[in-house]
Design a protein around this ligand. Structure first.
Ligand SMILES: [Zn+2]
Ligand SMILES: [Zn+2]
Length: 437
């Protein structure tokens, strides 16, 4: 049977806990979770290419509108100002915070734009049978750039900035703001229905051979074709972190390359613990100046007033918007601190070879990965307030030195969450179950 032949290819190693398991036949729209750690390991989308493609086209159009029309305008004492998304980064650059400006432009414009462009190319390329190799390369780029595409964080940042400015001047929301709102929805729906496995199964392999689904059938006994030379459900297989293919490694030390996507195979991220510790410690040190130095310096009629992250939270609270004060407090203080503590805890338990509460620790890791990006909120708030409130000599706002340290904390903790290998949590379990590995 055809289903028998592909059984081996439908075997995957869970990306989080490494348990090898075969994926049962899924109904259209269905999904499969890992038997051990419950992470979603496979989905069977109703229309794996057409729907994400239509959504990506829509996202591309909305992205162009969002970046070319004014986000919001402001009028005070007969003066008017307005800003676009890029205007937020531009004003930061002019005010001397070049590094932060580049990061804001990257997360607000470049990363979302690149993600949409990669997705369009991948999905268009995948309509060909078989899909050319560059489809796989671009899909890999799309996954790399996706965590840095922060349209939804930016949208919340714009709203907080609007409320902070509202008592200074009349604020007029622009078309760009509504476009950003729509873009956030389109991107969320696209990633929720997109299944990379469906694309990988169509891409030509690194050695130039056709994907197994398209290879001519060589029927063996009982109509069953022999397994691909690379893939079968045996222990000792290496799982590719890029495309998820299980393959037989070249050797015990140097595992070689994934036969499908060509990525270097490794049982664990290289130097995962050392790199993550270095990043966590650096971020913890930078967290001090991030909170001690002002993130915003406002000048009203000649008198300047610096404000730190916590002073900004107090300001929002006194202003009556305690919900926003709480959101900013959680995003800027609780989340970065929590991430540092959580990563530290995960690494200490991994280094001690702990075998208890593996499920909770895996869940904690996923939470750290998920919420990290929201810490960028205050950086966007500062960017858009700076871009809008330039009404010299009446009042003007400049970014403070603290915002650069703060951005560095967010970026370092995001990279730290990525360099930490969650499979390390299950290491003791894996070694006990398959000692020959
Ligand atoms: Zn798992
Ligand atoms: Zn691969």
């Amino acid at each position: 049977m055809n289903a028998m032949r592909h059984r081996a290819l439908d075997t995957v190693a869970c990306p989080d806990c490494e348990l090898q398991q075969s994926i049962p036949p899924l109904v259209p729209g269905g999904s499969a979770r890992c038997a051990r750690c419950r992470v979603t390991i496979a989905r069977n989308p109703v229309d794996p290419i057409g729907r994400p493609l239509a959504l990506s086209v829509a996202a591309a159009v909305v992205f162009l509108i969002a970046n070319t029309t004014p986000l919001m305008g402001l009028s005070a004492a007969g003066r008017e100002a307005s800003t676009t998304i890029l205007g937020g980064a531009q004003e930061m650059w002019t005010q001397g915070s070049e590094i932060t400006a580049v990061m804001v432009a990257f997360c607000a414009v470049i990363a979302p734009g690149a993600f949409i462009a990669f997705m369009l190319a991948v999905l268009l390329g995948a309509t060909r049978t078989p899909a050319p190799r560059w489809v796989g390369r671009l899909l890999r780029m799309a996954t790399l750039v996706q965590p840095w595409s922060m349209s939804e964080v930016m949208l919340l940042g714009i709203l907080v900035a609007l409320i902070k400015i509202a008592h200074l001047a009349t604020v007029i929301p622009g078309i760009g703001l509504f476009a950003v709102g729509l873009l956030v929805v389109l991107l969320a729906v696209t990633s929720s229905i997109f299944e990379p496995r469906a694309i990988w199964s169509r891409v030509v392999w690194a050695d130039g051979t056709l994907p197994p689904d398209l290879r001519p059938r060589r029927a063996g006994p009982g109509g069953r074709a022999p397994d691909s030379p690379w893939v079968s459900a045996h222990p000792g297989l290496a799982s590719c972190t890029t495309c998820g293919l299980l393959s037989r490694p070249a050797g015990p030390d140097q595992l070689g390359h994934c036969p499908r996507c060509g990525a270097t195979l490794a049982t664990r991220h290289h130097f995962s613990i050392q790199t993550t510790w270095a990043l966590v410690i650096a971020a913890a040190i930078l967290f001090v100046p991030a909170n001690a130095f002002p993130v915003l310096v406002s000048t009203t009629l000649g008198s300047t007033e610096p404000s730190t992250i916590l002073q900004g939270v107090v300001f929002l609270y006194q202003d009556g918007s305690w919900v926003l004060a709480l959101i900013v407090l959680v995003a800027s203080v609780v989340v970065p601190l929590g991430k540092l503590v959580a990563l530290g805890y995960l690494m200490v338990t991994v280094q001690r070879g702990s075998i208890t509460s593996n499920h909770d620790r895996t869940r904690l890791y996923r939470l750290v990965e998920l919420v990290g990006r929201w810490s960028m909120l205050d950086v966007f708030v500062v960017a858009f307030i700076t871009a809008l409130v330039q009404l010299d000599p009446l009042m003007s706002v400049a970014p403070g030195i603290g915002v650069m340290y703060f951005m560095a904390v967010v970026v370092l903790t995001m990279i730290a969450a990525h360099t930490f290998d969650p499979r390390l949590i299950w290491n003791p379990v894996v070694t006990q179950r398959s000692p020959r590995g």
